[in-house]
Design a protein around this ligand. Sequence first.
Ligand SMILES: C[S@@+](CC[C@H](N)C(=O)[O-])C[C@H]1O[C@@H](n2cnc3c(N)ncnc32)[C@H](O)[C@@H]1O
Ligand SMILES: [Zn+2]
Length: 270
Amino acid sequence: MKKSLLKLLRCPKCRKGLFITENDSEDGEIENTTLGCEKGHTWAVKNGIPSLIFPAITEDDAKWIAEYDEMAENYDDLVKKYDEWLGIELMKEREKLAQFIPIEGPVRLLDVSVGTAANFVALYNAFEGKQMDRFNFHGVDLSLGMLNVSKRKMTPLGVDVSLVHGSVFNIPYKDKAFDIVNHSGGINTFSEIGLAFSEMLRVASPGGVVIVNDEGLSPEMRETEMGKAIIDANSLFAARPPLEHIPDKAKNVEIDYILNGTFYQIVFRK
Ligand SMILES: C[S@@+](CC[C@H](N)C(=O)[O-])C[C@H]1O[C@@H](n2cnc3c(N)ncnc32)[C@H](O)[C@@H]1O
Ligand SMILES: [Zn+2]
């Protein structure tokens, strides 16, 4: 991690700012250290990734995360199987995140449950590797396995990426830190969907945008033979957009279906 990341992070226990308590250096990448807050809470940084998780994850969440850790190395190949099955091009669709990027100026973007950083790679591709000095990419995820894959994929691209081990239920970033907050592919199975939405809205800047998509067939797709077969094969696709959990404070809420009517997408502003 870079020392400048500390300006954006907060202690997940007391919500105060964080500082480095050991191995402090002026600049450059910090691989291993301990972060602390004025209340004396401490948090490890290993391989450049701070672990900022509070409260401890539940047994149920731990099982999911163990699965993600296990599949991290093969995750990109597993997801590619969706392309042929559903007649979609997931990496191309991810490139459409570019529509939310302003034509000039800095872009502070948080991908919540960043997984293997596929959305960052897609943006890099959409911009053909240009203008990358405008971007501050931040990814948070509960699976260290996924974060390690992200780190390995992003390092050769030479773009500014910060990765944090943390939970969507208590995002360890300060309020209003991001122009764009994205989440792809996990919300259907989150235990507290309302809390996940409100945390994403909290870290968005005023006027900032929150984009959330996950498996869930469009009303039209549900009625087709293909739609029925998809739900039979994977019940996650029966999910409907969790509109009842969107915070009242969210503005300009839009619902759309993407990826050949197989995923819903919810977009709102702060
Ligand atoms: C289906 S994957 C999607 C990964 C990535 N967003 C993508 O589009 O490929 C779901 C991700 O959610 C992460 N996750 C699960 N529970 C989480 C939580 N409570 N907080 C943050 N991330 C979580 C998993 O570790 C996994 O990386
Ligand atoms: Zn603290």
